[in-house]
Design a protein around this ligand. Structure first.
Ligand SMILES: [Ca+2]
Length: 317
């Protein structure tokens, strides 16, 4: 009888433990982040780009294209003919300075350097340097949103700076699907958001300017010409409402838009399926345990009753 009680006790304990197991899948119900919408690039047109230009900054000003190039001894600020790719005019940086991101603030241009900690402010029509600023850390991308300068520096934290003084006024942490995303490089304001190249990838991210959350995740793979450097250069021409993309020493620049992938991507269901399967597995275990426990309880009760009141065959009518 003690053996039956022990068996019954084990099953009831097992039932309790299984029923108290956390339901896998319920943990995934975290709505604290916005999942980025996945898009792909569609090319509408292309023009020649200087394959010698190690593109670090790319921006239009009233339909005119300007570019900042890098590498020690080759760094420039230049105005470029959009149709031919030829350099209209250019100013060289000192050979010890590696050009980086650039952007317009009204009719002036601010250009970063990579590790030299100095930014130059130019008068747009003359390329005369009218001011310079120093800063800590690396200089990567730079863009002006009409209110503040937004500067990237290799990390996931963008620096917000005063457009007149270059002083730091704030920061913006960039996250993709809930996790920090670093190596934000060349940038552009487009459609009310911040578009940015992610260094050493074929990805462009669309970042919410208030939260830093990536709301668009754009796959631009297939654009990079063979033998060329990484994609780095996004510029929106407001005079024609056209968006252009190029890269470091790319011989071509693409006019693009972004669309949803034609074939629905499979990864999402695959991500969901393991947790669903595990959830089903847990429920099955609980159900099985309940059934087994019920059988044991009924068996125990039956044996108990049987021992106390042996069947009276005479009563079977
Ligand atoms: Ca740009």
């Amino acid at each position: 009888m003690l053996g039956r009680r022990r068996v019954l006790s084990v099953f009831i304990t097992a039932l309790f433990l299984l029923s108290s197991t956390p339901m896998i899948g319920a943990q995934d119900d975290d709505s604290s982040y916005v999942r980025a919408e996945s898009l792909v690039v569609v090319v509408h047109d292309n023009v020649t780009h200087d394959s010698e230009a190690y593109t670090q900054g790319l921006e239009f000003y009233q339909g005119r294209l300007f570019e900042s190039t890098g590498l020690y001894g080759y760094s420039t600020l230049r105005e470029v003919n959009l149709s031919s790719g030829s350099v209209i005019r250019s100013v060289d940086l000192n050979a010890s300075q590696f050009g980086e991101g650039m952007t317009f603030v009204d009719d002036e241009i601010i250009q970063l350097t990579w590790q030299e900690g100095i930014a130059f402010r130019y008068q747009m029509e003359t390329f005369d340097v009218v001011a310079n600023y120093t800063y800590e850390g690396e200089g990567w991308g730079l863009v002006y949103d009409g209110h503040q300068l937004i500067m990237s520096n290799r990390t996931d934290v963008l620096t917000l700076r005063n457009a007149s003084t270059f002083e730091i006024e704030g920061t913006l942490n960039v996250t993709l699907n809930g996790s920090p995303i670093s190596k934000i490089n060349e940038m552009e304001i487009w459609g009310g958001m911040l578009l940015a190249n992610v260094y050493q990838t074929d990805e462009i991210v669309g970042i919410d300017l208030n939260s830093g959350v990536v709301i668009l995740h754009i796959d631009a793979s297939g654009l990079r010409p063979q033998g060329a450097g990484v994609m780095n250069g996004i510029a929106f021409d407001s005079s024609t409402q056209s968006l252009w993309i190029t890269g470091k020493q790319w011989p071509i620049m693409y006019n693009v838009t972004f669309i949803e992938p034609e074939v629905p991507s499979e990864p999402e269901p695959e991500v969901e399926s393991p947790s669903s399967a595990e959830e089903t597995f847990v429920y099955s275990n609980v159900l099985l345990a309940i059934m087994l426990a019920t059988v044991v309880i009924l068996l125990a009760m039956n044996l108990k009753d049987g021992g106390r009141n042996p069947p009276d065959e005479g009563a079977l009518e």
